[in-house]
Design a protein around this ligand. Structure first.
Ligand code: PMP
Length: 284
């Protein structure tokens, strides 16, 4: 396949795309990123994604590139013939001789955008069937609200899950509360209430999370923003995760313990169906 990447102002063949070995993203994980859905060639929830990128960069004191990010994302998707899939946008602090301290202001942030197709029917089917998760100690930093490209604890946690045949790992902090997944937000349903972690520096405020919160309100489902424990997950009536790439995905077990006897709660199927409609709404 002839994949194309946007790299610092140019569209280039991915095979030929290069970053400097002194890019601070490469050397320090010094940058931020976004992943957006492409639905029928259109960007889903572009504005909240761009706003969150701006926020991440501001918190990291990296200048927001003076670019039409939305337009470049669409172009990258088009160049790659992606009708349904994702775009990945990464902004690093740029290229400078290796030194922890920031480089001079004249050093421009480095921007890379890529895009790939995804099968949404497969994602939705997996989401309705449900997946297994494991718990893992929360070892991340205290600024998980920033969508940083430095993801070592996240990738270690994800692999820990995959090594035991689970799909995702949920971080549990020192107080015994679930914060979020390695690349997803975490939710449970208990009685009539949908519960997820409030927006603090302990989680990434997922765009999918924000959409789902609005959908819950429309469905008349009760929402409680509070942390929940691992025991609560095991005793829940249902559990699920959300993200741009997994949409709404049911969780049927944690650490090998079935949740609600491994049966997906109807309300999760409703939320998943409403989110699916949301994805299709972007497609026009
Ligand atoms: N939490 C973490 C740690 C993530 O990496 C992601 C996905 N990037 C999410 C939550 C979900 O965010 P979104 O719904 O914006 O994809």
């Amino acid at each position: 396949v002839n994949e194309i990447a946007y790299v610092n102002g140019q569209f280039v063949a991915k095979a030929d795309a290069q970053v400097n070995i002194e890019d601070r993203g490469y050397q320090f994980g010094d940058g931020a990123y976004e992943v957006c859905t492409i639905a029928n060639g259109q960007l889903l929830d572009a504005q909240p994604h761009v706003k969150r990128l701006e926020r991440s960069l501001r918190e990291l004191r990296i200048a927001m590139p003076d670019l039409n990010i939305e337009q470049l994302c669409l172009e990258t998707a088009q160049q790659n013939h992606v009708e349904w899939g994702i775009v990945y946008i990464q902004v690093s602090r740029g290229v400078a001789p290796r030194n922890h301290a920031f480089p001079d202001k004249s050093v421009l942030p480095a921007v890379v955008i890529t895009s790939r197709s995804m099968s949404y029917p497969d994602v939705f089917a997996r989401g309705e069937k449900g997946v297994a998760v494991i718990s893992t100690p929360e070892i991340r930093w205290r600024r998980c609200d920033i969508k940083s490209i430095a993801l070592l604890p996240n990738i270690m946690a994800k692999q820990e899950a995959r090594d035991v045949g689970a799909f995702e790992a949920w971080f549990v902090n020192e107080d015994g509360f679930v914060t979020e997944g390695s690349s997803t937000n975490a939710w449970i349903i208990r009685d009539d209430t949908v519960i997820t972690h409030p927006v603090t520096n302990a989680i990434l405020n997922g765009i999918t999370r924000q959409v789902v919160i609005r959908l819950l309100e429309k469905e008349g489902l009760q929402l409680k923003l509070r942390p929940f424990t691992l025991d609560e997950v095991k005793q829940a009536d249902g559990a699920f995760m959300t993200s741009t790439t997994v949409c709404v995905t049911a969780v049927t077990s944690i650490d090998g313990v079935d949740i609600a006897d491994g049966k997906v709660d109807d309300r999760i199927l409703t939320i998943a169906a409403r989110y699916k409609e949301h994805v299709h709404s972007a497609a026009g």
